[in-house]
Design a protein around this ligand. Structure first.
Ligand code: GLC
Length: 431
């Protein structure tokens, strides 16, 4: 059974391979996505090490002159996707953009962690060394251009930048902003490919498009967008993944003898450790998103709240309360870890980031829990993803109550994480 699934997972990755980079799934997401590619490399590494590095190298070809690594690379136009390159209209290479048209925002910076992991596996220092400077520039961009004036934590300017597109966390920022009356008439494509009840609503989409218009109207000047854009919130997901990636980047710098980089990375880590408290909502006992403009905190426990272990952040008390929440949620959901608290308002088990379980999030949450000695819960998250895949296939995400697969089928990161982590074969290797 698990051997068949191994073969199928390899097949999914091969089929989504577009020549050195992978699309998340055919049709619905026909381009290269940032954090998807990072996780996908873990899967390739189990059967084709060279191809794993290639995925990451190609992703970094999209890096902008300011250091940002965009969330999507539009290597070739695909009319099946909205909003494509003609909507984003980001700068060309000569004007500060990457080698290809791209999105004008970034995505969770897990890449340095994946590069560090790869080099630990295969010892390929030469390939890692070629990426090191690019990773530094991307992290520097996050720690400068994405920190609003007068603040000390990294902001996010679009829910899509967080990778948790329609999580209820973003309602605070979304409800405080207006739909730009001048947005173009547009036709969504996502709802042609999948069930609309699983996707974000029309009002949310109008706001997403309004944020893109703001960036376009300001020539994608990231400092203006971070300071004056229509949506400026802070995400515990980006915060914790960046803090972890900073720690991994420091470890990589040590491996590569890049002593010149130590002090700068150490400063980023110190800022990240200190900044974690800004996310703490004591009423619910969780690290939660907050709106930089109004100072309002979200009051729901999300799967990003559970990443404090992965980042090695928070006090004993904060971690204890986080675990209490996770144990409570475990009694409500058959499969851990839902993207939104099943007992919180706006929970919907099949609507994307309002409830479904996401394999890549489970992977890093579980890694963090293991590192903090919480092996039982960590193992539950792995076993649950394996069971979900066995029951429903390589879906993008899964209903935490019924286990039904949601949205995209034959999904790259699900296949990759089966190979690299969830498959019972890995357990046998570990044992
Ligand atoms: C959706 C997800 C995002 C992912 C992208 C491609 O937008 O919310 O996290 O990167 O699809 O898979």
């Amino acid at each position: 059974m698990s051997r068949d699934l191994d073969q199928q997972a390899i097949e999914v990755l091969r089929q989504n391979d577009r020549g050195g980079f992978t699309v998340p799934t055919a049709r619905l997401y026909p381009y290269q996505w940032n954090w998807d590619s990072a996780f996908v490399a873990l899967g390739f590494a189990t059967f084709d090490g060279d191809r794993a590095w290639r995925e990451l190298e190609l992703l970094l070809e999209g890096q902008w002159a300011n250091g940002m690594v965009p969330h999507i690379l539009f290597r070739r136009n695909d009319p099946d996707y909205f909003p494509g390159p003609s909507v984003w209209r980001t700068p060309t290479h000569e004007n500060g953009g990457g080698l290809f048209p791209s999105g004008g925002i970034s995505q969770p910076p897990v890449l340095a962690s994946i590069v560090h992991w790869l080099v630990q596996q295969d010892g390929n220092h030469d390939r890692a060394a070629l990426l090191f400077e690019k990773l530094m520039r991307w992290h520097r961009w996050y720690h400068t251009d994405r920190v609003p004036n007068g603040h000390s934590v990294v902001a996010t300017v679009h829910p899509w930048e967080t990778g948790r597109d329609n999580c209820p966390d973003w309602e605070i920022g979304l409800s405080a902003m207006q739909i730009d009356p001048d947005i173009e008439v547009y036709e969504r494509k996502d709802t042609d490919h999948v069930d609309p009840t699983m996707r974000p609503s029309k009002e949310q989409y109008d706001k997403y498009v309004s944020m893109i218009k703001f960036g376009r109207d300001h020539n994608w000047d990231q400092k203006i967008i971070t300071n004056d854009g229509p949506f400026v919130m802070a995400d515990p997901g980006i915060h914790f993944m960046l803090l972890r990636a900073d720690r991994d980047l420091l470890a990589l710098a040590k491996r590569l003898n890049r002593n010149d980089a130590f002090a700068e990375i150490e400063n980023w880590i110190a800022a990240g450790v200190k900044g974690s408290d800004m996310f703490w909502n004591d009423e619910i006992g969780a690290f939660a998103a907050y709106d930089i403009r109004s100072g309002k905190r979200s009051d729901g426990f999300s799967n990003a709240s559970a990443l404090c272990f992965y980042a090695d952040a928070g006090s004993d008390y904060q971690r204890m309360r986080t675990l209490e929440n996770m144990r409570r949620i475990q009694t409500k959901a058959k499969f851990m870890m839902p993207s939104w608290d099943p007992e919180a308002p706006l929970f919907e088990p099949q609507r994307y980031w309002c409830g479904p379980v996401w394999p890549q999030m489970n992977h890093i949450i579980s890694k963090g829990l293991n590192e903090h000695g919480e092996h039982q819960l960590a193992e539950k998250m792995r076993v649950d993803i394996a069971a979900l895949i066995e029951q429903s296939g390589f879906y993008e995400c899964f209903n935490p109550i019924t286990g039904e697969g949601c949205i995209g089928a034959n999904f790259s990161w699900t296949a990759a994480l089966w190979l690299a982590w969830a498959s019972p074969r890995n357990n046998a290797v570990a044992a």
